[in-house]
Design a protein around this ligand. Sequence first.
Ligand code: ADP
Ligand code: ASP
Ligand code: MG
Length: 407
Amino acid sequence: MLIVQKYGGTSVANTERIKAVAERVARTAKEGNKVAVVVSAMAGETDKLIGLARKLSSDPNEREMDMLLSSGERVTSALTAIAIEELGHKAMALTGRQMGIITDTVHTKAKIEKISADRAKKALDEGYVVVVAGFQGITEDGSDVTTLGRGGSDLSAVAIASALDADLCEIYTDVDGVYTTDPNIVPDARKLEKISYEEMLELASLGAKVLQTRSVEFAMKYGTPLIVRSSFNDNPGTLVTKEDKDMEKVVVSGVAYDKNQAKITVMGLPDKPGIAARLFKAIADAGIVVDMIVQNVSSDGKATDISFTVPKTDSKKAVKLTEEIAGELGASGVNLGEAIAKISIVGVGMRTHSGVAAQMFETLAKHGINIMMISTSEIKVSCIIDLKYTELAVRVLHDVFKSAEVK
Ligand code: ADP
Ligand code: ASP
Ligand code: MG
């Protein structure tokens, strides 16, 4: 078999952990498999590098940020290759460029356009384990290093698995698999044996960082068989796969939270056609992704309020733009709320069962948690609440829905 194994930051946090990774890789190779490894930077390293840059500039150049941040994965790929060789197995570290990962030119959140995997394939055929630096690529003309967005090594792994036509892509992390909610917040969260790509995609995009959203999107598109498991033990893990009949029996398969959103409210906007279009076009043109939007019905037919959420990292930029437009449109004010969290419940079973949203709202109400915004899709319900209630909300919702299996 050809197996891609991705090891996250905690799995390569120090030389002891890297040795353990090397042992698992060598074992997999000795069992007769070809192995391509993808590594993240050591835990905390990317944040540390960002912190250093911020000490020098409040708005560092993004090309230079990619030069900087890509160094973390380069270190772990070489160290891991050295550790594997020490165990008597041929290994070769490859940067994103050497792996042939071609991306667009959008620094710090580049998209993979193609992978020219010839060099890696040749090395695998010659009996090497290849150890690829995750999270990074190179622009088409080869002139600049790019990175794929936070958590992007998951995407590197899934894309490499697809380019190599791998039989399996294993994501090794610090928890045993995908749980019904973050096991570090809710100790009685349950590990899922399997989860559909669609549910995983919702959970990831709603904040469950165990898999990066784009990696799930990619795996779903190409049908890459994906397993999430721990690098700290040999427990079986969670299979991310196509939806099957059994999955519909569970109404809510996961609870997710996201503390990285900010809420912007524009008050007293004129209630007439074209206003929302004007505001959101300006925000989209600035490359800011808007998540939830709520527009109130105006009580007097003249003025209305619009609230929306954006990633916290873009909130200052979004407020500035919003204030400009609000001024032009004659709105009465703009305010920014950063102490918020988005709490979501996800499950394909919601397609066929009613009353799930009501039960969520009731549960939050019972614990005195006010809902500021609501959004729904076929398989999820999300609420914006006060940041300080995040953990409480996750716990009580998990409690209510954990046994919600419909017979
Ligand atoms: P890595 O460094 O290996 O990429 P991450 O820190 O990115 O690991 O992701 C693993 C973390 O995701 C876990 O430690 C856990 O706290 C968090 N997490 C959030 N939601 C979930 C969930 N539903 N199932 C498992 N882990 C989750
Ligand atoms: N090191 C990068 C990050 O911290 C990429 C990754 O770990 O997947 O975001
Ligand atoms: Mg991660």
